[in-house]
Design a protein around this ligand. Sequence first.
Ligand code: TRP
Length: 332
Amino acid sequence: MQTVLTGVQPTAKPHLGNYAGAMRPAIRASKQPDTQTWFFIADYHALTSLHDPKVLHQNIYEVAASWLACGLDPAKTVFYRQSDIPEILELNWILSCFTSKGLMNRAHAYKAKVQENQENGKEDLDFGVNMGLFNYPILMSSDILMFSAAKVPVGEDQTQHIEIARDIAQKFNRVYGEILKVPQVVLEKGVKVLPGLDGRKMSKSYGNHIPLFEEPAAMKKLIAKIKTDSLPPEAPKSTEGSILFELYQAFATPEQTEEMRAKFEKGIGWGYVKEDLFQLLDAQLKEPREKYKQLLEDKSIIANCLREGAEKARPQAQMLLKKMRTAIGLEL
Ligand code: TRP
């Protein structure tokens, strides 16, 4: 059995890009034999930047509902919420005593913030940096090392964090013996970054995203906004660099993709491509969308599901902590 673990911050509703890039591959991986998947909502990580209680509370439910609606099976996956496992924070302290401050100074998210302050002529280069943001990689290391994860599938922007988790684990093990599992990063191969309405990477911060569970009418309107060129309908079109084609391909079977490619070569009006894309998405998302809405109607189901996940996870966390405390000399 190999342990695969990943987490997601409840900072926003998932969009098509999150689905194709992270959720779909993670759910597929959770169905593989010989793998035990651990999947969690990183709500304490969200607290580094999200301080509106209503929004955070709602986001936790929405993110959990999205994953469940998309087919995550809580009977097969340990599905829990970070803040339901207090052991992670105990581990966080222990690990922080094995993390040099310099390593944190070099972490990308912190460095980006410092650079932004520099560019804005701020006198205090740490302006807007709370200790949660600064220590973010240590908490993430705790998430991973707490459950002895062998593999951590993440996007490219998170690979440095996994390197940091490896570093910290090795440092601890050098002093106390092989107690912590040194994790490996898994970069999602074959998962292309989805373009948004304007062709840049789909991202909520660019405002070019299509929410995963948008109602059909609103989804249609968003698709209508996708940028195209002004070639007439009968002109042959290139699939290369076409936002519509890329989005279509991300959800289509290889056969459907080839059919669309042929239509491009022959010449097709953009309105028809948009209609095909809408139909393709709607067919796949209709059921999950209904399930999502249903789940959000009675939140106790989600709350119970996360609580049960935490109950499955905690004994393992307690066991590892006990082992560590004994090794450190804290257990009396
Ligand atoms: N930092 C990750 C992100 O923003 C979320 C996360 C928190 C995570 N803890 C983790 C991912 C542990 C993988 C493993 O995407």
